[in-house]
Design a binder for this molecule. Structure first.
Ligand code: CXF
Ligand code: ZN
Length: 378
C-alpha cells in the first residue's frame, strides 16, 4: 500500500466535549506500532454506549475522542510483529481484547481479558494511548476502537479477522450490540430448550437477546417494553408474548408471575436501568430462575431483597455476551452467512459519516434500532 508507514490524513467525527454535537474534522492517524493494525473502517453502527459517553457518562478525561465501537473494515497496513493480519483482510475491531495469555483468557468461563482498555479505564470508556491527532492535539480512542473515523489503529489482540465474503455494512453489528444480546442469552443465561424467558427492553441488544433465546430453544419469549412500537420487531426475532408495563397498574413482575404460573426461567435486562434490573430479577421463578444484567449503567447502585436470591434465584451480569471476542465474532459472522443469525432486520437507517449527528439524535429519541454509517468506500 502506498500509505503504509506514513501518517494518514482522513476524516473523523471528533467529540470535542460532552453534550455537544460531534464535529467532522481532518485528523492524522499515525502508522501502526508494534503489534498494531491500521484499519480502513468501511461501516459502523451507532450504539447506545456512544451516546452514553457523550451525554451521560462520568466525563472524567474522556475527551476529546472519536466515538464508535461497532465497526467493520479492511486492514490497510500492519506494524512490526504482526503475523496474523495482512493488508486487505476483512476485520472487526473489538472493544474487549483477547490476548490469549492472561488468566482470564485462559479460563474457559470468562471473556474479561486483562490487556485491553477496559481493565485500565472502564470509568471513562476511553483508551489513553492513541494514534490520533487533530489540530496539534491528542485525540483519545473511544473503547480502544474509534470507528467513526475513516482509519483507526488497534492492537492485534483486539481485532478479529472474518470471512472475506461477509458484508461489512451488516456484520459490523457483531462488534457490539448483537453479540452482546445474543450471547447474554446463549452463553451467560444458558437458556434451555422448552424454557420461558423474559427480555426487558427491545433495542438492538434486547432484540438480539430474543433471537438468542429462540436459538437456544425457548418455548415462550415475553418481550417487555414501554414503547409498544417495538413489539412488531420483537415478533420478527421470535418473541411470543408482549407486555407494556404502562398497560398495568401492578408491577410488571406480578404480571409476569401471573402469565407464567410463578415466574420465568430466565430474564434478561437490556435497558441499563437499575429499577428494571430489579423487576427482571423479581420476574424470575424462585428455585431456579436466572436473571442477567446486560444493559449498562454506572450512575446508580441497584438493590433487591436478599430473599430473592435466598429463594434460589441467580443474578448475574454479562459483558459482550460472554463471548471471547476474537474467537466469538468470526463464528457469529459464519452463523450470519449460514442464515442462522439475523442482522439485516436490526438496521432501520443507513447514513454517511457526515450524518453522524442525525444518527445520534435518532438514537437519543428511540427512533431507530440501528443506523449504519458508511464511512469509507470498500
Ligand atoms: C459496553 C457497555 C459499557 C461497558 C463496555 C461495553 N457495551 C457496548 O456498548
Ligand atoms: Zn456498543
Amino acid at each position: 500500500m502506498a500509505t503504509a508507514g506514513k501518517v494518514i490524513k482522513c476524516r473523523a467525527a471528533v467529540a470535542w466535549e460532552p453534550n455537544k454535537p460531534v464535529v467532522m474534522e481532518e485528523i492524522e492517524v499515525a502508522p501502526p506500532q508494534a503489534n498494531e493494525v491500521r484499519i480502513k473502517i468501511v461501516a459502523s453502527g451507532v450504539c447506545h454506549t456512544d451516546l452514553y459517553h457523550l451525554f451521560e457518562g462520568k466525563h472524567k478525561d474522556g475527551f476529546p475522542t472519536v466515538l464508535g465501537h461497532e465497526g467493520g473494515g479492511i486492514v490497510e497496513s500492519v506494524g512490526p510483529g504482526v503475523t496474523e493480519f495482512q493488508p486487505g483482510d476483512k476485520v472487526i475491531p473489538l472493544f474487549i481484547s483477547q490476548c490469549r495469555e492472561c488468566r482470564f483468557c485462559k479460563h474457559p468461563k470468562s471473556n474479561h481479558c486483562e490487556q485491553g482498555w477496559a481493565s485500565t479505564s472502564p470509568d471513562v470508556m476511553s483508551e489513553m494511548d492513541t494514534r490520533f491527532t487533530c489540530k496539534g492535539q491528542k485525540i483519545l480512542q473511544f473503547m480502544g476502537t474509534s470507528t467513526f473515523s475513516e482509519y483507526t489503529v488497534i492492537n492485534q489482540m483486539a481485532v478479529a479477522k472474518i470471512d472475506p465474503a461477509a458484508p461489512l455494512e451488516k456484520v459490523c453489528l457483531l462488534g457490539c450490540g448483537v453479540c452482546t444480546g445474543y450471547g447474554a442469552a446463549v452463553n451467560t443465561a444458558q437458556v434451555e430448550p422448552g424454557s420461558t424467558c423474559a427480555v426487558f427492553g427491545l433495542g438492538a441488544v434486547g432484540l438480539a437477546a430474543v433471537m438468542g433465546c429462540k436459538a437456544a430453544g425457548a418455548k415462550r419469549i415475553i418481550a417487555v417494553d414501554i414503547n409498544p412500537d417495538k413489539f412488531e420487531k420483537g415478533k420478527v426475532f421470535g418473541a411470543t408474548d408482549f407486555v407494556n408495563p404502562k398497560d398495568h397498574s401492578k408491577p410488571v413482575s406480578e404480571v409476569l408471575h401471573e402469565m407464567t404460573n410463578g415466574g420465568v426461567d430466565f430474564s434478561l435486562e437490556c435497558v441499563g436501568n437499575v429499577a428494571v434490573m430489579r423487576s427482571a430479577l423479581e420476574s424470575c421463578v424462585k428455585g431456579w430462575g436466572v436473571s442477567v444484567l446486560v444493559g449498562w449503567t454506572d450512575m446508580a447502585d441497584f438493590s433487591a431483597r436478599p430473599i430473592q436470591l435466598i429463594a434460589g434465584r441467580t443474578w448475574k451480569g454479562s459483558l459482550f455476551g460472554g463471548f471471547k471476542s476474537k474467537d466469538g465474532v468470526p463464528e457469529m459472522v459464519k452463523a450470519y452467512l449460514a442464515k442462522k443469525v439475523k442482522l439485516d432486520e436490526f438496521i432501520t437507517h443507513n447514513m454517511t459519516l457526515d450524518q453522524v449527528n442525525d444518527a445520534i439524535e435518532l438514537m437519543k429519541h428511540g427512533q431507530c434500532i440501528r443506523t449504519i454509517l458508511s464511512i469509507s468506500p470498500q
